[in-house]
Design a protein around this ligand. Sequence first.
Ligand SMILES: [Zn+2]
Length: 276
Amino acid sequence: MKAYLIGKLFFAAVLCVALTACSSTPSTINPEGTNDANANSKDEEQEIHWSYSGDTGPENWSTLDTSFEICAEGKEQSPINLEKAKTSAAAEANINIDYQPGAFTVKNNGHTIQAEALTDDNTIEIDGDEYQLVQFHFHVPSEHQLEGKHLDMELHFVHKNADGQLAVLGVLMKAGEENDALAELWAQMPKEETQAAVELTDPVDLTSLLPQNKAGFHYNGSLTTPPCSEGVKWVVLAEPITVSQEQIDVFAAIFPDNHRPVQPWNDRDIYEAIAE
Ligand SMILES: [Zn+2]
């Protein structure tokens, strides 16, 4: 595990040296994507500075680089407004979530707070295909809407299968009881953008970051960050988990708004998801 971490840090160092064009965010990793060393084709995209407002905000992402054009031209973009009335009653997606407490590092990548898995034993199965958890991160407010409304936050568990395809499990979050499973992560949250990730002392109890009722929505979408690549399998659970208002405030003090607005549905199939 240590050797793996050292390898990752070495890669991060090499990446820092390699990427000089955008010195303010030299190793920006898109939150929805992976940060693996094999993401060579994405190195150039990582140089492009983008943000959540103004000239480099979501309305202008497609103009920042030719590789970002799909952000505007794509027909299967995320997030979307999820409505029960739009789901196909005839089709159900079977989701199997197999999470256990695991070791993670935490970093501020300039766009979100991201926890990266140091183990590969957390998996999700969607209609028989298995995906491994790579990282999870947060948005304020929620990116998906539920029946036309944003919730306070959204948690994205990003997974990858053997073919490199991505599946993201979205968990909505609302103000309420404090979430103990996030306590250490929140305490270690870097306020400034960081290159090196901090290893958390205790395992993160991922199952405590899932709601009791795991019914939700399944649809084909995209990364919600540039380059907005499509072909991402989305599962968004309908029942939110709670975080305290104080926990929301701590995150929002670093990222007051890091959500992409909802994108056109374009008559895509949205399935009822039954997760276990
Ligand atoms: Zn995300």
